[in-house]
Design a protein around this ligand. Structure first.
Ligand SMILES: [Zn+2]
Length: 425
């Protein structure tokens, strides 16, 4: 069986993808091409990291996706169909897949003593000075311009889209579970809270135990709203919450670290500061303060390859996290939760933005853009389950990376195109 066929089967059997497709609500009247087919085309195209819908169109017509999608779908139909797909119904479809993963026991075994941990983060997926849609956010940007040989600074309006994504961490790969597009005039925290409320309403209060974010999320409002939802909050603590940081520092000075670790390339001192007064929040916080010394390559030094040791030096680093005061887990676990906040930057967003071409300016219509982003994340999630839990877990010789797996999948799908389709051309 070709690998893409096996991915198709995996999606159907393990996640019952086909059974959930009727959840998708299409507002087109009597469409020629079913929305399920459009989803399927974009879903497989995303898994194979295809850049534009015009490429997906070609691959459905006479390439590797011919066997996956029943009818030919033009570039325009993708755009029109996806802009008439109700984003809420696609979110419902997404929840069904998450519920299946949970029911199948695929969300067990994380390193946080069975507490499920989500990371909230904003991702900018599009920006342009010339293209816009009704949902575009805007900002003023000063640009350097050359006019008649003279350099001048001009203020221009830039259009962009930003989404907040909730991702479960602590597993063999980060698992995206929902996204919400930022609306005009709204800040990231409000957008994130809208997403969190939706997740709790649809997946239940016990789905998520802890949610963390970067320093932007370290606000009294975010912590208060999470508490109302029954979720512990955590965030990177920096100068933007000066009074909390100062109180924590004062408390750190008069207490001993709870963990002191010395390894070859890292030294760690960790303080677990409980009941740190957070004046502006009218509550206390639990602060985890890590002073680290890390043996790192010194970027200012250059030398011969053979003399690597000389190019390294000790660098002092500091990581401070604020958590809800009543989070009842050992300090090393809470600290590890804080550190997982960086997983998604390094993993999912880089992967998706770099390889899945989210900055590509295709199909910039209301709804289409949001739906494409969601389908890309859904496809990422199922492909990663397939790669880590189905393919690599059974092999003695592991496939080095998901990207390599995609290349293998594409290559053997090329060998599997029926001969008559090649002759037709
Ligand atoms: Zn737009």
């Amino acid at each position: 069986m070709s690998r893409i066929n096996s991915f198709d089967k995996y999606s159907r059997k393990v996640f019952r993808l086909e059974e959930s497709l009727p959840l998708l609500k299409d507002t087109r009247k009597e469409p020629d091409i079913d929305i399920g087919d459009i989803f399927r085309g974009y879903y497989f195209g995303s898994a194979l990291r295809m850049k534009a819908t015009s490429t997906i169109e070609e691959e459905i017509r006479e390439g590797v996706l011919k066997k996956r999608v029943k009818q030919n779908i033009s570039d325009d139909t993708f755009g029109y169909g996806l802009s008439h797909l109700e984003p809420q119904s696609l979110q419902q479809f997404w929840y069904m897949l998450i519920k299946r993963a949970k029911r199948n026991g695929m969300l067990r075994d994380n390193p946080f003593l069975d507490y499920s941990v989500g990371v909230l983060d904003g991702i900018e997926t599009f920006s342009s000075y010339y293209q816009e849609c009704d949902n575009c956010l805007t900002r003023k940007v000063t640009k350097k311009n050359k006019k008649n040989g003279k350099e001048e600074f001009v203020e221009m309006i830039q259009y962009y889209h930003r989404a907040v994504v909730l991702t479960l961490v602590g597993y063999d790969f980060p698992i995206p579970v929902g996204l919400e597009m930022m609306r005009k005039g709204e800040d990231e925290i409000n957008c994130a809270l809208r997403l969190l409320k939706r997740i709790v309403n649809n997946l239940g209060v016990r789905f998520l135990d802890i949610v963390i974010g970067d320093a932007l999320y370290c606000t009294p409002n975010f912590f208060k709203e999470c508490k109302l939802l029954g979720i512990y909050a955590g965030a990177v603590l920096k100068d933007n919450q000066e009074n909390l940081l100062e109180t924590a520092l004062a408390q750190k000075k008069i207490t001993e670290p709870v963990i002191v670790q010395k390894k070859d390339k890292e030294e760690l001192k960790l303080w677990d500061l409980k009941e740190v007064i957070w004046d502006t929040a009218n509550t206390d916080a639990r602060v985890l303060w890590a002073d680290r010394k890390v043996w790192e390559r010194d970027p200012t030094k250059q030398g011969n390859k053979g003399k690597r040791g000389n190019l390294h030096h000790w660098v002092e680093k500091k990581n401070v996290f604020a958590f809800s005061e009543d989070i009842n887990l050992p300090p090393e676990v809470v600290y590890s939760i804080g550190r997982h906040r960086w997983d998604i930057d390094a993993n999912i967003f880089m992967d998706i933005v770099k390889h899945c071409h989210l900055k590509h300016k295709t199909l910039h219509f209301v709804n289409a853009y949001e739906n494409m982003l969601s389908i890309r994340l859904i496809s990422y999630m199922l492909f990663r389950f397939f790669f880590h839990r189905h393919i690599n877990s059974r092999r003695k010789e592991k496939i080095a990376s998901p990207a390599k797996m995609v290349r293998m999948m594409y290559r053997d799908a090329c060998l599997n195109i029926e001969p008559e389709t090649v002759l037709l051309e």
